[in-house]
Design a binder for this molecule. Sequence first.
Ligand SMILES: Nc1ncnc2c1ncn2[C@@H]1O[C@H](COP(=O)(O)OP(=O)(O)OP(=O)(O)O)[C@@H](O)[C@H]1O
Length: 217
Amino acid sequence: MLKLQNLDLKTREILLYGSNMCLERGAVYGLSARNGSGKTTLLRTISGLRREDKAMIFIEEQNKIFSLIEMKNAILYYETAEWFDVNLSGLDYLNFIKSTWKNENQMPITEVINFWSMGDYIKLPIKKYSLGMKQKLLLSMYAVSGANYWLLDEPTIGLDTNSLEQFKRYMLDAKKRGTCVLFSSHQNDSIYAVCDFIFEMENRTLSLVANDRKLGD
Ligand SMILES: Nc1ncnc2c1ncn2[C@@H]1O[C@H](COP(=O)(O)OP(=O)(O)OP(=O)(O)O)[C@@H](O)[C@H]1O
């Protein structure tokens, strides 16, 4: 379980005050809030890209607290397709992720390429990709990493209707393998249907609500 305790989230304003989060393996969580409320900042903080001094963020499994190195290996957060070096290919990224994250349950690269139908372009430089193609590459990196905690910021940007259905299947498959997923999206997005629970950020507080309109597993 990934735990976040006593988080004051501050940028140029206070976004959250004294917040807590518990993220269980084998569950999909949504993160819903208005634009500018701090979803990206929260994901960056959980992933360790930025720090908040008072907060405690740790993973505990089978009564053992993960070391920092174990945590880095257990979590993947690749914020945006804008982070890609467009001179590299999708395959370069998948190979990089496979060799950098050391997990037993990594999905084979060919399987992920087939799942996202990327075979025609995966060896091309990313500068030749459309937005949706880049987004599918970004998503495919998660299964290849074998990370048990997936943090995703607006993961369905640029996906067409078919790819959105694939996204839902990808989330449910990940959950069945025991992965914990936390993703942000805009308020009332239909993709929240795939979530077991939704965190709502409002008035500097984070509240967890069960998702009544959840899809069947
Ligand atoms: N590096 C920074 N320095 C100062 N202020 C920042 C920084 N990053 C974000 N902010 C501010 O923090 C607030 C939250 O931004 P954030 O990007 O986390 O929101 P968000 O909920 O992800 O927004 P959106 O839905 O528009 O993507 C905003 O008011 C933003 O201006």
